[in-house]
Ligand binder design. Structure first.
Ligand SMILES: [Cu+2]
Length: 319
């Protein structure tokens, strides 16, 4: 069963003021309220249901997709409930603020409120930055914020038929081993949106989800590398990235790319257009073999009877 995540979507509102012979059209930015609650909960990290003591935003890995438009103000509140054992924080890569103020750790029982203007379009990671940051990210405290360009879709940034969010991270069964995290030792899997082989029934018979599109559609993947230490060799097997928007920004477009290297904490947007004349499948992978064969494979099925709701509206991060 495909369930959708909740995310916040806003557009630019335009107001027309006419009177006294004056006509003024002004597009103004919105304020988008976002609240997240740090939750230390056990979650399944594979399709079998192996449980793991995660630290999360809102009890999910990854946290919810935040989506705003360039110029919007994000009015953000982080709640760290008393029941938690650890301080937590938020670091929005889309924000230009003070690391010692807005991004400061919040103790259990406290909350933090701040605002920032999303000034630059793109695809950005957010994560907890409380110490030890490697541990908080490895345990699951990350997500994506999409800042849509204010000019909307253009020839340089065509409207996609489907959109999906994929976030990759490293699975360390013992996230208390802080030296292991920093030395990249003891990691046993690659999580895609919080689970190994989450969308890959080819390699994992317990997997029940895939990404879907119709033949010939433009599929835009918003991808973030939330690994602790390893870059990602992002490649669509049996396809070629039609466009890669570095950092998710149409000003930074590459064409016809087989594999794009995504640094730790980098995010971007990747367009794939499948052949229109037949049903096909892609396997979207981290071509780094140690990561692919430990979980970083996602199947995209391009078929005429693709679920019309998949990859549309609120349904871009398949849970
Ligand atoms: Cu944290």
């Amino acid at each position: 069963m495909i369930k959708c995540s909740k995310y916040i979507k806003v557009g630019t509102a335009a107001i027309l003021v006419a009177g006294m012979g004056l006509s003024v059209t002004a597009a103004f930015a919105k304020t988008v309220k976002v609240t997240m609650t740090a939750k230390e909960v056990d979650l399944a990290i594979d399709n079998k249901g192996t449980m793991y003591p995660a630290w999360t935003f809102d009890g999910m890995i990854p946290g919810k997709v935040v989506r705003v438009k360039e110029g919007d103000v994000v009015d953000f509140t982080l709640i760290n409930p008393k029941a938690n054992k650890n301080s937590h924080s938020i670091d929005f890569h889309a924000a230009e603020v003070d690391v010692l103020d807005e991004f400061a750790p919040v103790k259990p029982g406290n909350s933090k409120h701040f605002k920032f203007t999303a000034k630059r379009p793109g695809t950005y990671m957010y994560h907890c930055g409380a110490s030890l940051m490697a541990q908080h990210i490895a345990r699951g405290m990350y997500g994506i914020i999409i800042v849509d360009p204010k000019e909307g879709y253009t020839k340089a940034f065509p409207k996609p038929d489907r959109e999906y969010v994929l976030i990759q991270s490293q699975y360390f069964p013992n996230a208390e081993d802080k030296d292991g995290l920093l030395e990249n030792k003891g990691w046993k899997g690659s999580l895609i949106n919080g689970k190994m082989f989450k969308y890959d029934p080819v390699h994992d018979p317990d997997a029940s989800l895939v990404l879907q599109s119709k033949p010939g559609e433009r599929v835009r993947i918003y991808f973030a590398n939330a690994n602790i230490n390893m870059p990602v060799a992002f490649h669509p097997i049996a396809g070629i990235w039609d466009r890669v928007y570095i950092n998710g920004n149409p000003k930074n477009t590459l064409y016809d790319i087989q594999t794009y290297g995504v640094a730790v904490a980098e995010a971007g947007a990747f367009d794939l257009v499948s052949p229109a004349d037949k049903a096909t499948n892609n396997a979207i992978v981290d071509h780094t073999m140690s990561a692919a064969l430990r979980g970083a494979i996602t199947v995209l099925m391009n078929k005429p009877d693709a679920d019309p709701k998949a990859g549309k509206g609120d349904n871009i991060l398949i849970r």
